[in-house]
Unconditional design. Structure first.
Length: 367
């Protein structure tokens, strides 16, 4: 994350160990590529001239000095950046040309943990891998910035995401949480995990933000190109299931937004969802003969038959296989191949992840 030092007077901190410790931790954060730290030229020169700071502190200050002009433009290109205030304990958020400037006290950074990579809460580790890939793609091929991504993953474990977000918010000045909405139908309410997050949690008026993504599950974010490459060497049944899945995705962009990619959807489930929430699934399934020819389809009532047709899911390993595929191929291909309905979501998520996890793409030079 981009952190900017404000009202920092390094040469006067000999009798202020908390400020000196926080400053040293922030310099280490930049040098270890946990965050991007910037400061006024005079502040950095004061560190270099002072006997109070270590060799590494000065080395990292010199690195900031060498890149500060190049990276100063980031304040206009990121969704958020942090201002670390050394002269006041007040904390505030202001908006400047669409960018949120989040001011926090230096006191947070007397704890070295807060000078580590910005924490992110996701439901599991495979979710985190895909989000990171989306952030890397956005940084390199959409924003076209020379940035890498480094975040510290906190496991939300599904229903525990809210409690992890709350407990981490009490520790960290900057925090991002990403969860899907678990909606199986456009008119259905959010699931039990995302519905725990309040409007305040989702707001942009602090440095700790929970983003509820407008898809049922993270598998909805996997590009169709990746899914095709994973399954195109399967059996004839697998290919048939894949073709049916793809045909529905082409018929209606919303299919993948609400579909259960792992377990699939049978006619009984579709009838129950539409009877409760309004038409969505049945008009879509009407395009498939084995669904529309069923009597229960016509009367919109399940008769308990033992031959309920189903759109097969793609299995529990879909996400992990997709992550392997994305890691082993050049992400540049998504510039031209990413489907239109995913571009907006990928851009929004990619910008968030780049904002919270950005670090320089080069190592500190030895001096």
């Amino acid at each position: 994350m981009l952190l900017y030092l404000a009202n920092c007077k390094p040469g006067s901190y000999e009798q202020q160990p908390d400020k000196m410790s926080a400053l040293s931790n922030l310099l280490q954060s930049h040098g270890k590529r946990n965050n991007i730290v910037l400061a006024p030229k005079g502040t950095l020169e004061e560190i270099l001239d002072s006997p109070l700071y270590s060799y590494n502190d000065k080395r990292y200050a010199n690195d900031i000095l060498s890149i500060r002009r190049e990276y100063a433009v980031l304040k206009e290109k990121l969704d958020y950046f942090g201002i670390i205030e050394f002269d006041s304990s007040s904390e505030k958020v202001v908006t400047n040309n669409g960018t949120y400037e989040v001011t926090v006290s230096y006191r947070h950074f007397t704890d070295p943990l807060n000078a580590g990579p910005t924490p992110i809460v996701t439901e599991n580790s495979e979710d985190y891998k895909l989000y990171t890939s989306i952030g890397e793609f956005h940084s390199k091929f959409v924003a076209r910035l020379s940035l890498n991504i480094n975040l510290r993953h906190i496991l939300g474990a599904g229903s525990h995401s809210k409690s992890q977000f709350d407990s981490s918010s009490n520790i960290h000045p900057f925090l991002l949480c990403l969860v899907d909405n678990d909606k199986a139908h456009p008119n259905k309410g959010e699931g039990s995990t995302s519905s725990q997050f309040s409007k305040q949690d989702r707001s942009t008026n602090c440095g700790r933000v929970a983003k509820v993504i407008d898809v049922r599950e993270i598998e909805s974010l996997i590009p169709k190109l990746v899914i095709s490459e994973i399954f195109n060497i399967g059996s004839s049944d697998v290919i048939d299931n894949l073709n049916e899945f793809m045909s529905l995705a082409i018929l209606d962009d919303r299919f993948r937004t609400f579909f259960d990619h792992k377990d699939g959807l049978n006619l009984k489930q579709a009838i129950e969802l539409d009877n409760k929430h309004g038409e969505f699934w049945l008009p879509l399934l009407a395009n498939i003969t084995r669904f529309k020819n069923k009597e229960c389809f016509a009367v919109k009532n399940c008769d308990g038959c033992l031959s309920c047709p189903k759109i097969e899911g793609l299995g529990n390993s879909l996400l992990s296989n997709a992550n392997l595929n994305i890691e082993n191929n050049n992400k540049h291909r998504f510039k031209s191949s990413l489907e239109l309905n995913l571009k907006g979501i990928w851009e929004e998520l990619g910008s968030l992840i780049m904002t919270w996890g950005c670090i320089p793409n080069s190592k500190v030079t030895r001096s």
